[in-house]
Design a binder for this molecule. Structure first.
Ligand code: NAD
Length: 500
């Protein structure tokens, strides 16, 4: 058994808490590794390292910080396959999907290399007679990231490249289900020349998270995970005076209008519903065909494609869909299919009976792609995030009914409409109350130089991730107003100064 542990002050650190848990390979159902679970004391040590690194790092020229990110980016490009293997071995996603995750994270690193440009301040001369004013962005201090299992490399990279390049130091608490990626990232940052203590990793569970939330030296917390935990993180963190951005769960609807290209829509649903086994916060889990005729035609196109899905381990490079992350999660997903069926949904394609017969993978946490028809708003499988390869069809008879359905759901992360009608497309993107919208694009994940985030119960806090929103979250503004000696007045002023 290998124990995966922490990375503090530029070096791997063994766990000392005496607590650990197994890390499974979801494709085989076996465990050859454990992950250490940090104690409060171990979190405190990581925060202390980050705190002592901050004064020098925050004063390091932005260009130098950006060059370290540039070096890190080159390392990531070169070693993306190694990182992808590490991700797949603990998460289960296919190799190409893991490579895609690495690339999307790397793009944030790439964006971070433009820090000297986005950190440029603002300056106004003569805001008053011989008075100038400047605005600069300064770092906050020690920031922390708490991340989910489904993107063990990309989601941390939504956070730390921008936090670090803007002059903060960072403590990452990755998901305990797939901890290896974070340790590789930490090693490669050191190799790229990042000074000790600027980036630290503590592995752990609730104990480590609570230690982060209550630590007085942590100024900001970024979180991505399920909604109940996001809400807890936001409430607790803000009550401790921290900045918090906490992204939560999702239930993403895709509306298919009668004028849509149905082949295009069906193929989009396949990738968006079953890619990464549905374990994506931007997965489409609800298809909303407008009119029964569209629903019937769409289902007819989907069924053979779902039945033909190549389900297998990442080691098999032809696999289109891997296993679920844990046995417990597999049972939860099965339970939602059971409940949908018992509450009246029609199980058109049933993944529950899927058996993986590839040798060595018989005990992996595999499930087949599932399609539920006639799903209604009151069903548990509709109200809750399933986070598995289960696509629900909710039939609607008009565009407005489809919009009302989306507005009735508590989550509002992403959504899409498939149509050729420009008016429908424009109305949808303008009026829909969801954070990320696709027009004939099923998974509208914004690029690194834009910002990622949902609305309603899919986010707690004000700032989305990466892009300029990330820069705003990790910096605070300082404005300095300067009167030059030539503008010195002799008489005191007792009234609010104005230009008159
Ligand atoms: P999770 O909420 O179980 O865990 C996320 C993090 O919180 C982990 O680091 C975990 O250790 C920690 N945590 C778990 N329980 C905790 C507790 N009781 N107290 C304190 N900390 C706790 O989420 P997950 O299962 O790892 O990830 C899947 C969820 O993440 C899904 O709901 C998915 O939609 C969401 N997600 C959202 C986005 C987004 O951008 N909105 C992106 C990816 C994933």
């Amino acid at each position: 058994m290998t124990e995966l542990a922490h990375y503090v002050n530029g070096a791997a650190v063994a766990g000392m808490s005496g607590r650990s848990q197994p890390v499974f390979n979801p494709a085989t159902g076996t465990s050859e590794k454990t992950v250490a679970l940090a104690s409060v004391d171990e979190v405190n040590k990581a925060v202390a390292a980050a705190k002592s690194a901050w004064p020098a790092w925050s004063k390091t020229p932005a260009l130098r910080r950006a060059r370290i990110m540039d070096k890190f980016k080159s390392i990531l490009w070169d070693r993306a396959p190694q990182l992808a293997e590490a991700i797949s071995s603990e998460h289960g996603k296919t190799h190409d999907d893991a490579l895609g995750e690495v690339t999307r994270g790397l793009e944030v690193v790439e964006y971070a290399t433009s820090a000297p440009s986005f950190l440029k301040g603002e300056f106004s001369e003569n805001v008053g007679p011989d008075i100038d004013c400047q605005m600069i962005r300064q770092s906050l201090g020690v920031c922390a990231g708490i991340t989910p299992f489904n993107f063990p490399a990309m989601v941390p990279m939504w956070m730390f490249p921008i936090a670090i390049v803007t002059g903060n130091t960072f403590v990452l608490k990755p998901s305990e289900r797939d901890p290896s990626a974070s340790l590789l990232l930490a090693e490669w940052l050191s190799e790229a020349g990042l000074p000790e203590g600027v980036f630290n990793v503590v592995q752990g569970d609730k104990e480590a998270v609570d230690a982060i939330l209550h630590h007085p030296d942590i100024k900001a917390v970024s979180f991505v995970g399920s909604t109940p935990i996001a809400q807890y993180i936001h409430q607790t963190g803000t009550s401790m005076g921290k900045r918090v951005q906490a992204l939560g769960g999702a239930k993403n609807h895709m509306v298919i209008m009668p004028d849509a290209d149905l082949d295009m829509a069906a193929s989009a649903l396949m990738g968006a519903g079953y890619g990464s086994a549905g374990e994506r916060c931007m997965a489409i889990s609800v298809a909303v065909p407008v009119t029964d005729a569209v629903a019937d035609a769409l289902i007819e196109k989907l069924v053979p494609q779902i039945e033909a899905l190549k389900i297998g381990p990442a080691a098999d490079r032809d696999s289109e869909m891997g296993p679920l992350v844990t046995e417990q999660h597999l049972n939860k997903v099965r339970g939602y299919i059971d409940s949908g069926e018992s509450q009246g949904a029609r199980v058109v394609v049933d993944g529950r009976g899927f058996k993986q017969d590839k040798q060595g993978y018989e005990n992996g946490y595999f499930i087949g792609g599932t399609l539920l028809d006639n799903v209604t708003e009151d069903m548990d499988c509709y109200r809750n995030e399933i986070f598995g390869p289960v696509l629900s069809v909710v039939r609607k008879q008009s565009y407005q009914d489809a919009v009302d359905l989306i507005h009735g759901h508590e989550y509002a992360n992403g959504t899409a409409v498939f149509t050729r009608d420009g008016d429908v497309a424009r109305n949808f993107s303008q009026d829909i109350e969801v954070g990320m919208v696709g027009i004939n694009v099923p998974i509208p994940v914004p690029m690194a130089f834009h910002s990622f985030g949902g609305w309603k119960a899919s986010i707690f806090g004000d700032h989305h991730m990466h892009g300029m929103e990330g820069v705003r979250f990790y910096t605070r503004i300082k404005t300095t107003t300067t009167r030059w000696p030539t503008g010195q007045r002799t008489d005191p002023e007792f009234t609010m100064p104005t230009l008159g």
